[in-house]
Design a protein around this ligand. Structure first.
Ligand code: ZN
Length: 319
């Protein structure tokens, strides 16, 4: 994207020539290893999380002329960016506060570039409080039967929410991939209870008999580890994802239960986000980009999906 003489590149998958490269957050699909001399805009937490996942973002800055970073509420350290009052780009964003994460903060801008992962009306998520209550009921009934429960979600983001919400259960195990990310969160002041670190190679046969809770990365119930935990311990597998609202999700994942806990905006929150930015033009990316742009046009907004092959907005901005 070019504004004036400055070229900004937003969440590229590989190196693209730029004056500034913006990395919104530390999920792998938003990550690349910048070349030397590339000037990277990212939060310091994103830099630290990226490094822990094997991506060295080099020297990053949170400040550049005409640029404002805003909490996007997606995961720890995630940011949206506003450039010169002109463009507001959400990165991945959440429309609701939950546990230690706030909701996406917005500013007015002429052009909005937004994620639309859940951009169809079927995806409206229940309240987090209701979901946590239901899951606690499920765990309580498993404990009554002497059965362990595995809570599965992406190791960065979802797994820390699960660690936060369900830490009152004992014994509490964290899969090592989750534990590594939890420790970085604790170092940044997120109050996550300490759990027992579970190494799937060493510890899979030495878990206690009887009930326990483990927070684990999302994995198919048919994977070797999950199949083992089911067979040896009778573990109940619970998957957490916004996609759990869709048909067949639980079966596809081979989970016993699934719950729609998401780190993205649901459909209604996406619409609220557009209204709060009040843009002249909306570009949609990810997920239901075509469908959501079409719905926005019916509501009177100018909107169109950004083609997947486009790594830059400059073609559109010249129109
Ligand atoms: Zn993400």
């Amino acid at each position: 994207m070019e504004l004036g003489k400055t070229r900004y590149v937003l969440d590229p998958h590989s190196h693209v020539r730029s004056d500034y490269t913006f990395v919104s957050h530390a999920h792998i699909d938003h990550m690349h290893t910048p070349s030397r001399n590339e000037r990277v805009i990212a939060s310091s937490v994103t830099k630290e999380l990226a490094l822990a996942r094997g991506y060295d973002l080099g020297d990053t800055t949170e400040e550049a002329e005409g640029v404002e970073l805003l909490d996007s509420g997606h995961i720890l350290g995630s940011r949206a960016i506003r450039i010169q009052d002109e463009v507001y780009y959400t990165g991945d964003a959440s429309g609701r506060a939950r546990a230690f994460l706030g909701k996406c903060r917005t500013r007015q801008a002429r052009i909005l570039v937004m994620e639309t992962t859940y951009g169809v009306p079927e995806y409206v998520f229940p309240s987090t409080a209701k979901l946590v209550k239901e899951v606690n009921g499920l765990i309580a009934s498993a404990y009554d039967r002497g059965v362990p429960v595995v809570l599965m979600g992406y190791p960065l983001g979802k797994a820390q929410l699960l660690s936060y919400f369900f830490s009152s259960w004992d014994p509490l195990f964290y899969h090592e991939a989750v534990d590594t990310m939890n420790r970085i969160h604790v170092a940044h002041g997120v109050p996550l209870k300490q759990g027992k670190r579970f190494d799937p190679l060493k510890d899979r046969d030495s878990l206690p008999r009887g009930p326990w809770v483990m927070v684990s990365p999302m994995s198919s119930g048919r994977s070797r580890l999950m199949a083992h935990l089911k067979k040896e311990y009778g573990a109940v597998l619970v998957a957490f994802s916004g996609w759990a609202l869709g048909p067949g999700y639980r079966y596809t994942m081979g989970a016993d239960y699934s719950f729609p806990l998401s780190d993205h905006c649901d459909y209604q929150e996406l619409i609220n986000l557009v209204k709060s930015v009040s843009p002249e033009m909306v570009y949609t990316v990810h997920g239901f980009a075509t469908e959501f742009a079409s719905d926005l046009r019916k509501m009177g907004f100018s909107a169109r999906p950004l083609a997947a092959y486009q790594s830059s907005l400059s073609d559109y901005l010249k129109e």
